[in-house]
Design a protein around this ligand. Sequence first.
Ligand code: EPS
Length: 421
Amino acid sequence: MSTLRYLTAGESHGKGLSALMEGIPANLELTAEYINNELARRQMGYGRGGRMKIETDTAEILSGIRFGRTLGSPIALFIENRDWENWQEVMSSPPPQSPPLIKGGVEGVVTRPRPGHADLSGAIKYNQKDIRNILERSSARETAARVAVGSVAKKLLEEFGIRVFSWVTEIGGQQWSEVSGRSSVYYSPLLASRSSLSELYEKAEKSEVRCPDAAATEAIKKRIDEARNSGDSLGGIFEIVVSGAPVGLGSHVQFDRKLNARLSMALMSIQAIKGVEFGLGFEAATRHGSEVHDEICFRGQGSGVKGQEFKPPTTGFYRKTNNAGGIEGGMSNGEDIVIRAAMKPIPTLYKPLRSVDIVTKEVFEATVERSDICAVPAASVVGEAVVAFEIANAVLDKFAGDSMEEMMKNYNSYMEYVKGF
Ligand code: EPS
């Protein structure tokens, strides 16, 4: 059961990236500028490599939008790879005049799998002796297409007062210093009143590493510099907060309708993501039940939680704490949805790691010419996009409509009902 769906296509150094999405209702106002703004956010971040200087990602709208509004028909988007110009021969679609010979270590043909990449398993699985036929698609370049798709979802969510925020909470072990204990905005004294999600977001937007704290930003940049100087790479953790989601998105009745399950899949599908947690996450496993579960309170009809922004009208039921991260029993409970994702260090290293050539079987130490040192800030923007898509999907499942007007009517009537519960 999924109202909204999408596919992406495209190789990292091919002509460009395509995305096809279906299920967005008619009459959603949408412009290329809105999409392009999100694409630009993904390209930022201290620690990116040379490629980002070449690309200025912009989406061409091929279908589904007329006069600035969606038609309800499939939306096709295309993002050109500027670097394609330098790769036309290597990435040629028709067979070249003289194809490069596949000999171990020959220039133009990649026979040396990088540890930590899709290279070796992909080459074996797809029977390829040129690893380029794997790495071009496994590259995180593909996430540009997902951000374009996610931006459409974000625009839809905005109409329902739902916002998706992200920030980086740590890189290379350097935590967001304002946070005591676990690095999460949720536990930040800054947000004790939970009144400044958008302020934090604005600060993250201005930080070169998407960390809302200025001192932590500098400390993290130093770590990235150290990693660069030693030919290494760094991973980290980013946090996503969805605010304004009404109670009842997702469902407890079937595994594939559980909102946390869908969100986890979406986040784990981002290149290099190794873990996802909600609310207290793994820490919940170390505590007693009485220290984990969020007590239920009642504040009077429809008043929502004081200080919580973007809050939809609620029953008046609320939780004093949000250890669950806004999801219980696979459903949103009306609190902020709080998710963290962990990214491993980028596996393309300047510092050589041992590997084996797939043709000669000779042992070598992998080296690269160009790579990012750290892409956690970019990954957090991608995280926003995939989360926005899944939330929009759940919103569409719940308030289905072929036009925005029909959907809004369904939403408003549910909210009226919820208010009186
Ligand atoms: C990537 C390698 C680098 C990154 C790329 C992801 O590209 P290249 O091999 O061309 O130097 O810059 O990321 C992007 C191009 C992007 O748009 O994010 C990889 O191997 O995953």
